[in-house]
Design a protein around this ligand. Structure first.
Ligand SMILES: [Zn+2]
Length: 265
């Protein structure tokens, strides 16, 4: 999620939105009221925001990235125009045809956000100044000093968009890939050694003892990785995924955190 300096819309867009507003605002009010009252819906008024002129300018403004999760949207990953203040909540229809209310959004974030509000606005400089990308952890987070209001908006943003989805935006995608490549192998190794451990546990042959020691060493390496705290959040994602596919895996993330505290230095 990056700050987007919106600026004013081009004259073409302004004119288009103004004329749509004149023509369709009252219809949107009726439509939204019928929807709220669970009545039969009139024909849906015009979705002018899907006009190519508007879509193209928004796409350029947002550098083709989803305004919420930052994923790159291009051919095959076409994004949508989201109403930051949800259309369905806009009973007076004041922001339906308002350039300042449009966010370039990937379909997943748009669907998840739905009519949820308020969340952090990527075009609000003051709000965006109060969050940062924690590169070691791999998540966007609010500063400790951020206002309570901002923190509430932030937790809504986490819940209703993919701002901290595991493989987006791009900066996190790289870290995630790195973690997957380097550390998933380690998790896999522990798992295969765990199978060996079951086989050799309690056996006294030299070979069995060596294998058991190897398992302990690898497991401790993994716990050390967790203890150092780098990419912790991403490792949790990876472990959770891994465990859902390998339910016999010998320990879960919370237990690994706990065990890592008791390791010798
Ligand atoms: Zn998105």
């Amino acid at each position: 999620m990056h700050y987007i300096k919106r600026g004013t819309a081009s004259k073409k867009i302004k004119d288009l939105l103004e004329s749509s507003n004149k023509k369709h605002k009252e219809n949107w009010k009726l439509y939204n009221k019928a929807k709220k009252d669970n009545q039969r819906l009139p024909t849906k008024p015009s979705s002018t925001w899907n006009n190519d002129i508007i879509r193209n300018e928004l796409k350029i403004l947002f550098l083709k990235n989803c305004g919420y999760c930052g994923i790159h949207t291009d051919k095959g990953h076409e994004a949508e125009v989201d109403h930051f203040f949800p259309k369905s909540e806009d009973l007076e229809a004041n922001l339906i045809y308002n350039w300042n209310n449009f966010i370039w959004s990937c379909p997943s974030c748009n669907r998840k956000k739905s009519s949820n509000y308020p969340i952090i606005n990527p075009c609000d400089e003051d709000e965006m100044d109060q969050i940062y990308f924690h590169s070691a952890d791999g998540r966007y987070l609010p500063f400790h000093s951020s206002t309570e209001d901002l923190k509430t908006k932030f937790s809504n943003t986490e819940e209703y968009t993919f701002i901290n989805g595991k493989n987006r935006p791009e900066r996190r995608e790289y870290i995630y890939r790195d973690v997957l490549e380097n550390h998933l192998r380690r998790i896999n190794l522990i798992f295969s050694l765990f199978e060996v451990e079951k086989e050799v546990k309690g056996k006294n042959s030299k070979e069995a003892k060596e294998k058991f020691t190897l398992f302990q060493t690898r497991k401790n390496d993994f716990l050390k990785l967790i203890r150092c705290g780098d990419y912790l959040y991403l490792i949790k994602y990876i472990m959770d995924d891994y465990i859902s596919e390998n339910p016999n895996f010998p320990f879960n993330f919370d237990q690994a955190i706990e065990d890592s505290q008791y390791l010798e230095q």
